[in-house]
Design a protein around this ligand. Sequence first.
Ligand SMILES: [Zn+2]
Length: 601
Amino acid sequence: MSLSKHSTTVIYSLFLTVINYIIAYLLSSKEVLFDFKNIGLIFLFSYIWLSLYKLYGKKKTIICLCVISSLIGFLIPALAFKSEAMFLQRLMKDFLFGYTLLILPILINQLLSMSIQPKKKIVIIDALFLTTALFPLLLFTAYYTIFGVPISVDSLLAVLQSNRQESLEFILTYTKPSIIFLLIAFGVLIFTVIKFLYSKLIPHTLVPPQFTNVRLACLLTIVLVASNIAFAEKTYWARTLQDTIKRHNQIESFTAESAIRKQQLNRDKHILSTSTEGNFALIIGETHARSNMSAYGYRRNTTPWLTKYADNDNIILLKNGFSNAGVTTSSLEYALTAKNQYNNISYANAVTITEIAQASGFNVVWISNQVDDNIVGRIGHEADQQYWLNKNHNDTWLRQKNQTFDDRIINCLKSIAKPSKKTLYIINLLGSHASYNCRYPSDFNKWDDSDSLLNAYDNSVLYNDYIMSNIHKLLFEKFAVDGMLYFADHGEELKLKFCHGTEYFYNNYKKHPSVKEIVKIPIYFSFSNKFKQENPELISNLKNNQEIFFTNDMIYDTMLGLMQIPTPYYQSKFDITSNNYSLTLKDLRTIHGKVKLEDCL
Ligand SMILES: [Zn+2]
């Protein structure tokens, strides 16, 4: 290739890179504008496509294959976008997977054509390869047609977690022979069309005279296969499948052991009966970053109620509360069970907050504005009274505007009668989870949310403050609660990508200080006057410990401390309200023990 031809290829490659990158950016949730590694990779593969284009006689085939490739890359995540915010980096892996996939059969053709005769065999291999490449798209479309929702971890889990009877009915209902037949028929159709196209085009396109370097073709094939496998692992399909299997297994083993945990608790009922007589409340916040709360010194007045109550000594704020993980389920499966980062209790043996409270004579009321198809849901389903206010299982709940505000919790608390028995209230908010601008009514659009994601986030924090002021009032006045503990599952990164996530945290916290906000959470307590008078030591311990470092996986023991549930179930060294609380910054961890807390400040 001459120099001028080479520079033309470079210019066209740049052009293709820009086009594809813009499409990816528009399809994604637009959190980040530039990702130079991915831009570099698109450029590289665009260059390979264009080089192939220049080498071949019949250029239309190459254009066709290139367009099909881009479609394979973009289509599935773009369709799934409806259910899951698609970050640019993730979308890029799908795109690169598709973009590189069909370069392979061309290269393989080069190699095969030297040994395999007649060429008909090569046509069949090509057609099989293309049909396989297009099959995920077909499956995705079939799933979408049957269920009306894209394949996602949540939708697959909903299928897996329905009980056995339902699953059987499910399979019988949906896996009709007609559907299997249709899938096979579609596969055969695609195969035939591709085979026809190839047999018409291939005699002219195969083995262009310029392309005779077998070693280069071999090398390129190996590089492409390797990179394609690397991209494949990160595609929407692969991630969805891996995450679903992992979460399903976890939930199943946890649920399977529940009977054993309860038997043990039953044997110890005489010990547990010594717990206190009061009512208690545990409020679980969602995606609440303490650095964006005025009560923790934020420049905007996002928490007027909390600030006032903390100043008046009605609320005790922990200044250095941290999450034990970067994502909801991981964080709460530790916070709501005996398992924490500092003990060796196996996950299946970890007694839940619901189980221990019930065994200690408490009635458990569970009110949730989140869906229930995870471990938190399983813990909630053990409660005596349950109110699941977010019934929307079709996975679009994160993006629906004006439907899932946390004021549902207030309405629920207003509608239910105060139980006569001593009660533990567990309330799970939807809080400030993305999409932030869907978390509050328009009255709370104090900082114009059309301007920035940060404004929308701050509005959601302001709304949470309003919600909590109402919940607090109802709990203490109507339900005669003696002690309330609020904590968030995790915070949020609010400068670069506006997100959270364990993997994201782990890969980026050292590079960007704003990523550390994912584990910095608010934790606060409030008590009735009666409780304060009866437990002066606990109150003074808590005040002494206000500045001390604490991770939310010890919420379980702290709640047990408030409810005076005895050892061996309660461990005072994990209870921030105890003077036995013994963990220091050096001992503390996050991301389920993987990261030292002192590296997250
Ligand atoms: Zn969360």
